[in-house]
Every structure is written in structure tokens, then in C-alpha cells.
Design a protein around this ligand. Sequence first.
Ligand code: CA
Length: 135
Amino acid sequence: MASARQVRVPRFVQRLHIIFFAFFVSAIGTSCFWIGEHPRLAMDTFNDYYQTEGSRLDDCAVCHTTGRSLNEYGKAVRTAIPDGDPTSDDQRIRLFIDALVIADGFDSDGDGFSNGVEIDFGSFPGDSEDAPLPR
Ligand SMILES: [Ca+2]
């Protein structure tokens, strides 16, 4: 026999935890991973900054291994991008260039050449098998 005190909880209330979880994930995603939502802006900004359009470095493989996975150079750039949610492409471009400049000083693939030197010489800064030719 059912108690007269049973309270029927509406289905949407029963699922509130799912809504809160989705909101939480969404909020984190916009503050930390915005650059992944703008791959064309990232590639265009890279090419504009380093004058690499049409070169072998005009390729997603500069930062990525497969799909959205980042190589060590891509991780260095990604790490240098501050958290936040830029509201315009101008802000995104400025933050991305700042991150590129920071990553220039590292040797992400450990081949003995800084990322900036590698890009200047047209080699991939995230691929230790690809380095500037010795002189
Ligand atoms: Ca390299």
C-alpha cells in the first residue's frame, strides 16, 4: 500500500544533475578550448605571422598528429594560450600570436633547434625527424 506522503518528483527535476553536468562541461569547454573551435583562424594566423602560406608548413601537421590530437609543439602553443573566452576574432588572433611567440623559444620536439628557428627554416617544430639541414 502506497503511503499518502509520497511526493511525485517531476521527471525534469529527476534529471537536473544531467543538466548541471552539461552546463559545467560547456562552461569549461568555452574557457579552455576555444582555439580548437577555430582551426581556420589558427592556421591563417600562423601563416600570416610566419609568412608560411603555401609552404610545407601551411599544414595542420605543424601542430597536430591525427585529427585534433596535438604534437609537442601544438601542446606548447596550446599551453601558452590563456584561459578565457575571447569575444572577437581580433582577440583570438592576438592571444594566438602571443602563444606562438612564447612557443618560439622552446625546442618542443627535442631536435636541438628552437621552434622559432625551425619555422624560420621551414622544418616542423613538432617532429624530431624533421629539422633544419646542418650547414
Ligand atoms: Ca623538428
